[in-house]
Design a protein around this ligand. Structure first.
Ligand code: APR
Length: 311
């Protein structure tokens, strides 16, 4: 393939993203992980599936970054999950350390790459990658909104018994609890869902979307969602690799847009070969802007935690 994507973290999300990238024949893939043998083993296993899946993408696994040199995109999923008894600040501290270390290596070997951050807490990890890389804001983004809106779309399709392909959903804000779904811009075949469902039903679907991650954790018990998160990261990568210029909700660094300053937060952006080629601003109602501001305040709090860690 003439494009190359590195996926750092060969765990559930990373390996699934590698599989999807290869099976869509979007690029060659390098999987990197600190655990010896795991990225190599998963890359080899995926390579052995290639004759059956009918793709010619090359997959390699590594514990160091030499193999990753010259990557067009680097998807970062490395991190540790929150363990019982661990505070949110402990998790930020550990994952911020991992993100800093990974980003330094990535920048050294792929200085022209575009970074798609997946590790949680997402908005905070975007800040670490942005600060560490020194990359322009167009080349650092976080995967959250595509996942949140895919969940919302799946629930809308289930509710109305229609094809998921007919659904569009519009989600702003931070990942998870503070996301801001905009039902009036969420549609089925172009019809706003506000015309198709009662307010109560919409609120129920919004609530389920907000708790989408927790619902999966509750079922899996020993892990978190990875099929949909991997799909979401790959949709972003595909739009960049093919210069499709899709408008997708992503965590982007705002400098005045939506009245927010120096903050990563989920907004609709245009993704093409240059990364974030445009931030799409829409007029919000007072209530919507207030919800976005609340989401921004939560990200600001995470930024403060990071600042304390640095001090
Ligand atoms: N460098 C490279 N890989 C690392 C590093 C590091 N410094 N530290 C940890 N890893 C690897 C782990 O060895 C593990 O294989 O990251 C991988 C994470 O995989 P999983 O534990 O399976 O987690 P996963 O479910 O894939 O989620 C990854 O994405 O959606 C988010 O919240 C989720 O932050 C989490 C991330």
């Amino acid at each position: 393939m003439d494009k190359k994507v590195t996926v750092v973290g060969a765990g559930h999300v990373g390996a699934t993203a590698a599989q999807r990238l290869a099976e869509k024949e979007l690029c060659d893939v390098v999987l990197v992980d600190i655990i010896e043998g795991v990225p190599q083993g998963k890359a080899l296993d995926l390579t052995e599936a290639a004759p059956i899946e009918k793709h010619d993408a090359h997959l390699t696994g590594a514990n160091a970054y030499e193999e990753t040199a010259g990557s067009d995109i680097v998807i970062i999923t490395a991190g540790i999950p929150r363990k019982p008894g661990m505070s949110r600040d402990d998790l930020i501290s550990t994952n911020a350390g991992i993100m800093k270390n990974v980003t330094e290596q990535v920048v050294k070997h792929s200085p022209g790459s575009i970074l798609i951050i997946v590790s949680n807490p997402l908005d905070a990890m975007c800040h670490v990658a942005f600060d560490t890389s020194g990359f322009p804001k167009e080349r650092v983004m976080g995967m959250a909104g595509v996942l949140d809106s895919a969940r919302f779309r799946a629930f809308i399709a289930m509710e109305l018994n229609v094809s998921v392909e007919n659904t569009h959903a519009f989600v702003l804000g931070g990942h998870g609890d503070t996301m801001v779904p905009l039902p009036r811009y969420s549609t089925v075949a172009g019809i706003p869902i506000t015309e198709l469902m009662t307010e109560d039903r919409i609120e129920a679907l919004v609530e389920r979307t907000r708790n989408g991650g927790a619902e999966i954790v509750g079922l899996l018990k020993t892990g978190s969602a990875y099929y949909a998160p991997a799909s979401a990261a790959v949709e972003m990568a595909e739009s960049i690799l093919k210069d499709k210029k899709k408008i997708l909700p992503c965590a982007a660094y705002l400098q005045g847009e939506y009245g927010l300053q120096d903050l990563f937060i989920g907004v609709p952006v245009k993704l093409g070969s240059g990364g974030i080629e445009d931030i799409v601003e829409i007029r919000l109602s007072e209530a919507e802007q207030a919800a976005l501001n609340k989401s921004a305040a939560a990200v600001q709090e995470l930024k403060e935690v990071l600042k304390k860690l640095k001090a």
